[in-house]
Design a protein. Structure first.
Length: 542
């Protein structure tokens, strides 16, 4: 394994936040930009979809090189410094060169896919065999360069996407401490919510969510074990898809759970999420779970604004009564669905609460073994080779790795035995079966197309002393533990803070969930560009 320090093409800036697109400044590397392309200082990439960016490139109004350059400059201006979002751990020093080559290819033979020339951020637990590192936010892996691309990275490159950089995350995907703050890592520091900077971005894919929402990238890839795609998508006003486990290969992704882990798209629109999922999905001999996936699908074909007509949708039990803002969002959501022709099934779907406890016990075993297997892929010179090595590193570097909270989850996982232990097998089987039975039985009994739930409540104030302050509202566990798909869409706001609505269902039903989400998004249009307020504006409308 190579050990290289990451190189960043953008300088660390403390110039603060500049309001207009024109203020983003000329880029250092624009020498090969065609004269017909719009100058970088005039190029506005905010809230632009994949289709918008492709139109800009195909018309000659912009090139991938200038688009990538503007995103890099936005990262420099908005992510760094004392008031920065801290959503990006490192940028790709080859991004401009890759974009320039993709521009040449476009001119010679046209685009490879809807992602040709589009900049995408990857969560920093997704391997890239280039000049970027993959560390899960941990100083224990600082400088570690993967010897092989993850399948996710390889598929993005093949589609012509530009890998823009690595997003910050909750260290080790939030499987380190019971009392942690979401979005904190030893390498990246505390990621901030782009709507209100003192608020939390939620979930371990926090940097992917914050950066995409703040228009520091066209889109990002997150990973989820339970809530880590949908929660930051909700808190950051995004669309997030947690696919069926096996639809997207996990090869080359630092693991937690072999049964629940998956990567997925985090975007500003359902259409972009569908296009990105189309590229990510595919079987892979490096991930046995992908062998059960369904035939290849173009998920963009599911984008039908009228697709709510005749859909049968039920509300997940326990969704109401814990947060008045969430209750108001649900009331509005149900009204929209009913007016669009959906049938609201009079049944609140309940799930066995024991499944969460069993899932957690199983994940302790899976995390320990999964890390051992991942570290082995880094070769004999890997800086750490076992979970015990990581624990020892953290203890030896407590000032940098344990300044706010402990590593209680890691210590609990280290005490577990192999995956052949009966305690593990029983916990995993009971958790998975309970979640699948709850969903499958409800779909059969009520002839459902989707189950609806609140993705989460308004973002809480970040607290590095006390840890996260969840409102108790959420619906990620059934889909996460069963390995079934889940999609969240912006559903409302409280004092300007976004909240998401989730639609989840049975295995491999991504097409119908995307159709439902797209129709809902088309009717509601709840996405708002974040304003990066220092603190909550109590005068903002509910």
């Amino acid at each position: 394994m190579n050990r290289k320090q990451p190189q960043n093409p953008t300088s660390i800036s403390r110039r603060g936040f500049l309001g207009s697109a024109a203020a983003l400044g000329a880029l250092a590397t624009t020498s090969s930009t065609p004269s017909s392309a719009q100058p970088a200082e005039e190029l506005d990439v905010r809230e632009k979809s994949f289709t918008d960016l492709q139109s800009m490139m195909s018309s000659g109004a912009a090139t991938s090189e200038t688009i990538v350059g503007v995103y890099l400059e936005r990262i420099d201006l908005l992510d760094r410094g004392t008031r920065g979002l801290r959503s990006v751990i490192e940028t790709n020093p080859e991004a401009i060169d890759v974009a320039r080559e993709l521009d040449r290819e476009r001119a010679a033979q046209g685009p490879r896919s809807p992602l040709h020339g589009i900049p995408i951020l990857l969560k920093d637990n997704i391997d890239t065999a280039d000049r970027m590192t993959t560390t899960a936010g941990s100083l224990a892996l600082e400088g570690s360069v993967a010897p092989q691309d993850s399948t996710v990275a390889a598929r993005l490159r093949s589609a012509g996407a530009v890998l823009l950089g690595k997003a910050n995350l909750s260290e080790w995907a939030n499987f380190r401490s019971e009392g942690s703050s979401s979005g904190w890592s030893g390498r990246g520091g505390q990621c901030r919510n782009p709507y209100v900077l003192d608020r939390n971005p939620c979930g371990s894919s926090s940097g992917s969510g914050a950066a995409t929402s703040a228009n520091l990238t066209a889109a990002a890839i997150g990973t989820e074990t339970n809530g880590s795609i949908v929660c930051p998508s909700s808190a950051c006003g995004l669309v997030g898809i947690k696919p069926t486990v096996g639809l997207v290969s996990r090869a080359g992704i630092i693991p937690i759970s072999v049964a629940q882990d998956t990567a997925g798209p985090m975007t500003r629109t359902v259409a972009d999420a569908a296009a990105l999922l189309t590229v990510l999905a595919g079987s892979d001999p490096r991930d046995p779970a992908s062998e059960q996936r369904q035939p290849a699908v173009d998920y963009s074909e599911s984008l039908d604004k009228g697709s709510l007509e005749g859909r049968r949708i039920a509300l997940m039990g326990g969704s109401r009564g814990r947060n008045r803002h969430v209750d108001a969002m649900l009331d509005e959501t149900l009204e929209v669905l009913e007016k669009a022709g959906a049938t609201l099934v009079d049944a609140e779907i309940e799930f066995d609460r024991q499944m969460n406890r069993n899932s957690y016990q199983a994940m302790l075993y899976e995390f320990k073994e999964g890390l051992r297997q991942y570290f082995a892929t880094l070769g004999p010179n890997a800086p750490v080779k076992t979970l015990a090595d990581v624990i020892a590193f953290n203890e030896a570097n407590a000032g940098r790795e344990l300044p706010y909270f402990d590593q209680s989850i890691m210590l609990a996982a280290e005490e577990k035995g192999p995956l052949t232990d009966s305690e593990y097998r029983e916990a995993r089987e009971q958790a998975t079966q309970a979640a699948r039975k709850g969903i499958d039985d409800a779909f059969e009994k009520y002839e459902l197309d989707a189950i609806l739930g609140p993705t989460g409540g308004p973002a809480w104030v970040t607290d590095l002393v006390g840890g996260d302050h969840f409102t108790g509202v959420g619906s990620s566990s059934p889909a996460a533990i069963s390995g079934y798909p889940n999609i969240t869409v912006p559903g409302g706001h409280a004092f300007g803070l976004p909240m998401g609505v989730s639609f989840f269902g049975q295995a491999w039903t991504e097409p119908q969930l995307i159709a439902i989400a797209y129709a809902f998004e088309s009717l509601t249009q709840k996405r708002r560009e974040p304003q990066r307020l220092a603190s909550l504006d109590l005068n903002a409308p509910l």
